[in-house]
Design a protein around this ligand. Structure first.
Ligand SMILES: NC(=O)c1ccc[n+]([C@@H]2O[C@H](COP(=O)([O-])OP(=O)(O)OC[C@H]3O[C@@H](n4cnc5c(N)ncnc54)[C@H](OP(=O)(O)O)[C@@H]3O)[C@@H](O)[C@H]2O)c1
Length: 295
């Protein structure tokens, strides 16, 4: 299968590249933002005219949740226009588009896991532009899989796990939000899931929206405690860090965070035989990969 991957330098993009390299069922072209700006339709057309692909995977996005509040046009350009450009190209080529979206399309006021048919209601610009991206893909490109995920971490880029480890270099105690609940999701597991979806696509495939997150739900404070425990076990951290749970109100951010971000994954499990992975399996794999980078 010949894959065109956009956003190849992000957390998810790099995890996808690692796995595409190791799987001889795929050939791929991986393009970072410098090689292809998805918001530029002429660039998108030129790249696609040059190469042949069976599927497009979009890992590119404007992901600055707080910055988006004051940088609305740029967020919209990438998350909506960029998504529309790729959808147009995928439709013209007759190939599927696999696109990644977010829990931020919901308002976070639920008290049970969100399903794909639950009402959306983003509270900030990032979520609004990601939701608009979903909508344009649905209206333009019949063969699409939109995979919503949340709380993404990996050995690459910036994320909560790496921030916690960095703060632990100089602090013995940390205050971490404990009134937001979600499912930490390793980008490596999302990448594995996407590749399994690619290989599972058939004439029976039900196109549309799917949810995929890690198997364990927790608060950010609980996640931080787990990170420090695992990092100590793996010898990444030499001492104990005390985590104090605080309310979101004590840690104001420009964009409101969803209080509850748990996504129900039964649809993707049933359709593509993939599994949400336990944090105790994925976090050590990410930390080991991170440790190898440091050595
Ligand atoms: N991170 C999370 O916690 C989270 C949660 C839920 C859903 N998601 C979704 O998961 C997907 C992957 O996120 P991620 O964590 O891997 O994000 P990321 O690390 O920020 O990667 C996004 C990549 O997109 C690239 N990009 C930005 N604008 C572009 C453009 N116009 N054309 C081409 N590439 C462009 C960025 O380029 P530069 O490297 O040059 O900046 C970056 O490499 C996104 O759809 C995101 O919305 C993420």
């Amino acid at each position: 299968m010949n894959v065109l991957l956009t956003g190849a330098n992000g957390q998810l993009g790099r995890c996808l590249v690692d796995r595409l390299q190791q799987n001889d069922r795929f050939k791929f072209t991986a393009l970072d933002r410098q090689s292809l700006d998805i918001s530029d339709i002429d660039q998108v057309k030129a790249i696609v005219a040059d190469t042949e692909h069976d599927i497009i995977i979009n890992a590119a996005a404007y992901t600055g949740v707080d910055k988006a509040e004051t940088d609305v046009e740029n967020a919209r350009r990438v998350n909506e226009i960029g998504a529309a450009n790729l959808a147009e190209i995928a439709k013209n080529l007759g190939v599927p588009l696999i696109h990644v979206s977010t829990d931020y399309v919901f308002d976070g006021h639920a008290d049970k896991p969100y399903t794909e048919t639950d009402s959306t209601g983003p509270t900030g610009v990032y979520g609004q532009t990601k939701l608009a991206g979903e909508a344009v893909i649905q209206s333009i490109c019949p063969k699409h899989i939109i995979l919503r995920t949340a709380w993404v971490y990996s050995e690459y880029g910036s994320n909560f796990v790496k921030t916690m480890l960095r703060l632990a270099e100089t602090r013995d105690e940390l205050n971490v939000v404990e009134d937001q609940t979600g499912c930490p999701t390793y980008a490596g597991d999302i990448a594995d899931t996407i590749l399994k979806i690619c290989l599972g696509i058939s004439t029976d495939t039900k196109w549309g929206i799917y949810h995929y997150v890690g198997a364990i739900q927790c608060t950010w404070a609980e996640f931080a405690r787990t990170i420090f425990r695992e990092a100590e076990t793996l010898g990444i951290l030499a001492r104990k860090i005390v985590v104090h749970g605080i309310p979101s109100s004590a840690y104001p951010t420009q964009a409101e965070r969803p209080k509850y971000s748990v996504l129900d994954c039964r649809k993707v499990v049933n359709a593509f035989d993939v599994l949400p992975i336990e944090l105790k399996q994925s976090l050590p794999r990410m930390l080991e990969a991170f440790k190898r980078q440091q050595d």
